[in-house]
Design a protein around this ligand. Structure first.
Ligand SMILES: [Fe+2]
Length: 302
């Protein structure tokens, strides 16, 4: 079956059919996916029959995988008999380790609510992420969409005076900054130490497309060297600008969808659903950005 691509939004996001990832892909298909990602930044591959091991194997074609951190030391997913046996799989669900819907007061639920803020995955790591790959195993009957925003198009649309203002700025990102805003998750001292903040340029050049992109998120707490409130105000302004409806694609999930997004040039957020009643089980793999230092250098010079 040949590959076909359909545009999902005027600025970015595409759907690719004709690639069966579980069956193993050719070098040509692998390159086609890379090209589509460089062009469109969000790629939907419907009807993929992936288990965790197959998703990990496919993801590893594109770089080393990030390992999922435990939450409150008890995701419980990696222990024998747990629901998820691979540390490369991020559990994006409302389920506990035994497959039951999380209690309303379970801290993992509070932690997950932070995903409803606009963010880009792993910006709070110094070795941040290139792609995230999210596979839909069980989808609720209504709600639970994921919204994506194109931060290359948003950067292009900024007034020149703002582009000049952003030149050379560095933002500090922390998972605990976003978690304090929504859901109210309070990390343990151990968790705080294990996941310190990271700093990245506010504008970076995306290596695959050569385009500049805003690299911001709800994880971004302030601008290095600026008074905290001034930096926070600028970051809020940029986030509001970049997430205007004209830059946003909303994905309505179908079971079997694999959606890949490029964290270097998009933002995303989860939307609510009836999480006390319906199961939503998605599994994420994440590719580590091994070119971060190069990206920072290219941002400084160009
Ligand atoms: Fe995310």
């Amino acid at each position: 079956m040949s590959i076909s691509i359909k545009q999902l939004h005027p600025l970015f996001a595409a759907e690719m059919r004709g690639a069966d990832l579980a069956g193993g892909i050719s070098a040509a298909t692998r390159r086609a996916i890379q090209q589509a990602m460089d062009d469109d930044a969000v790629l939907v591959l419907p009807e993929q029959r992936l288990d965790d091991a197959t998703q990990i194997a496919f993801t590893s074609l594109y770089g080393p995988l990030e390992l999922a951190p435990p939450v409150r030391g008890k995701t419980g997913t990696f222990i024998d008999g747990g629901r998820i046996r691979h540390r490369e799989i991020f559990d994006v669900s409302n389920l506990d380790e035994n497959g039951r819907i999380l209690d309303l007061d379970d801290q993992r639920r509070a932690y997950g609510e932070g995903n409803q803020l606009w963010h880009t995955d792993s910006s709070f790591r110094q070795k941040s992420a290139t792609w995230s790959l999210l596979h839909a195993r069980v989808i609720p009957p209504d709600g639970g969409d994921t919204e994506f925003a194109d931060t290359r198009a948003a950067y292009d649309a900024l007034p020149q005076a703002m582009k000049d203002r952003l030149d050379g700025l560095i933002a500090e990102h922390s998972i605990w900054h976003s978690r304090a805003q929504l859901g109210g998750y309070m990390p343990t001292e151990e968790e705080r130490e294990a996941r310190p903040p990271a700093q990245h340029p506010v504008v970076r050049r995306h290596p695959g497309s050569g385009r500049k992109a805003l690299y911001i998120a709800s994880h971004a707490s302030h601008i290095a060297g600026w008074p905290v409130e001034d930096g926070r105000a600028l970051l809020r302004e940029l986030l509001a600008f970049a997430t205007q409806p004209r830059f946003v694609y909303t994905h309505k999930w179908r079971t079997g969808d694999l959606v890949i997004w490029d964290n270097r040039c998009t933002l995303h957020r989860a939307t609510p659903f009836e999480s006390a009643h319906y199961v939503r089980d998605l599994r994420r793999t994440t590719v580590i950005d091994t070119r971060v230092e190069v990206a920072q250098e290219s941002c400084r010079v160009g």
